[in-house]
Design a binder for this molecule. Structure first.
Ligand SMILES: NC(=O)c1ccc[n+]([C@@H]2O[C@H](COP(=O)([O-])OP(=O)(O)OC[C@H]3O[C@@H](n4cnc5c(N)ncnc54)[C@H](O)[C@@H]3O)[C@@H](O)[C@H]2O)c1
Length: 347
């Protein structure tokens, strides 16, 4: 069996590659390098000679993807490739529908024609939109009402997956599919090989660490008047290695004809102020913090109930201490203050 990882040059995809290679899987990855980096792929190829094939290309290119599927005998797909910025999706909705829905549909069409037996999709808490306080912690049956094109395009692909599975089961060629809905993914490979390098960076922990490195003038807090203990928003942060561990468990468990939906999270939230204090404690550095106005569309408290995957597959986050999550990221940021260093914006 060969696993196709889409978006393997990105943050989460590269961590998934590392884990799959450690498990002894044969892996091929397709990435168009729009937002990813060549360097993590090279590092993985050096660490696991002959085990990882990289194909530079777009998942919407059906000819290219079918060739990869046939050449490598792909039976499992982990689909991480996506456009991932909420704000950008509001600015460029059609680009997001093309990149996340149409491109993923093209990938699925190729899967349908090839020997793919399981498909694991990176979905997101953004598919839930702004659930009211009565829906927190969020469970998998919480109504999904996305409030931006990013969340909507991800939810649309979930629907395509379920329709595909239903049709394949009824035609006697069943396939298994899972949508894993991530909350906030954070931290870096604790072995120090791989890190997080988004450009632009919008995630809270790396943004704070960039401020601690002196690469940003300050941290802006968007709203300090929310109905939370310290007035700042509360989110659920999961270590990236725990996240990829869940993918491997799902891959091993998923049977033809099954559809699974899981929230991936630790099941408790930390406020923006708590994250800032954890970063101060871990880095031992001072940086400026400015409190500003609320941002439209930010619910005060978002965290998940991960008990469905715990009960069904025995998965639980191992790294539940915020300091440990930050420490793993800080180690990588200290050694790579400018990330992987191949991004044109940083050259
Ligand atoms: N990072 C988070 O906290 C988070 C939270 C929820 C969901 N997710 C989901 O996880 C997945 C990975 O996120 P990430 O943070 O690693 O993002 P990332 O931008 O680091 O990685 C995405 C990768 O996909 C590639 N890519 C994008 N479109 C492509 C296409 N059409 N063809 C080929 N390659 C393409 C990019 O070049 C990049 O390397 C995404 O699907 C995202 O929606 C991430």
């Amino acid at each position: 069996m060969t696993v196709l990882v889409t978006g393997g040059a990105g943050y989460i995809g590269s961590h998934a590659l590392l884990r799959l290679l450690r498990e002894g899987e044969r892996v091929v990855t397709i990435d168009n390098l729009l937002r990813g980096h060549r360097r993590p792929i090279e590092l993985l190829q050096e660490r696991f000679p002959g085990k990882l094939t990289f194909v530079e290309g777009d998942i919407a290119d059906e000819g290219l993807v079918s060739g990869v599927m046939a050449a490598h005998g792909v039976t499992t797909v982990m689909h991480f490739a996506a456009l991932t910025y909420v704000g950008e999706s509001v600015e460029k909705p059609l680009w997001y529908w093309t990149g996340n829905a149409a491109a993923s549909l093209a990938l699925l069409r190729v899967c349908d024609r090839s020997g793919v037996e399981r498909f694991i999709f990176s979905s997101t808490a953004a598919t839930y939109g702004q659930p009211g306080a009565e829906h927190v912690p969020i469970v998998e049956t919480t109504p999904q009402h996305p409030i931006n094109p990013y969340g909507a395009s991800k939810l649309a692909f979930e629907q395509m997956l379920w329709d595909w599975c239903r049709q394949r089961a009824s035609s006697g060629r069943p396939v298994g599919a899972a949508a894993l809905r991530y909350f906030n993914v954070a931290g870096c490979d604790r072995g120090g090989l791989l890190g997080e390098d988004h450009d632009p960076e919008t995630h809270l922990i790396p943004v704070i660490l960039q401020a601690a490195l002196g690469l940003r003038e300050r941290i802006d807090i968007f709203g300090e008047d929310y109905p939370t203990p310290d007035g700042t928003c509360i989110r659920d942060y999961l270590h990236v290695e725990d996240l990829v561990d869940a993918h491997v468990r799902v891959m091993r468990a998923l049977q033809p004809g099954e559809t699974r939906r899981y929230n991936l999270a630790i099941g408790r939230g930390y406020s923006v102020r708590e994250v800032i204090e954890a970063c101060r404690a871990v880095t031992g550095r001072e940086f400026a913090v400015r409190a500003g106005a609320r941002r439209a569309g930010d619910p005060p408290v978002l965290y998940a109930d991960p008990s469905l995957i715990a009960n069904e597959l025995g998965w639980r986050a191992e790294v539940t201490d915020l300091h440990a999550i930050v420490e793993s990221a800080w180690r990588w940021f200290l050694e790579h203050p400018r990330g992987y260093g191949d991004s044109p914006a940083r050259a």
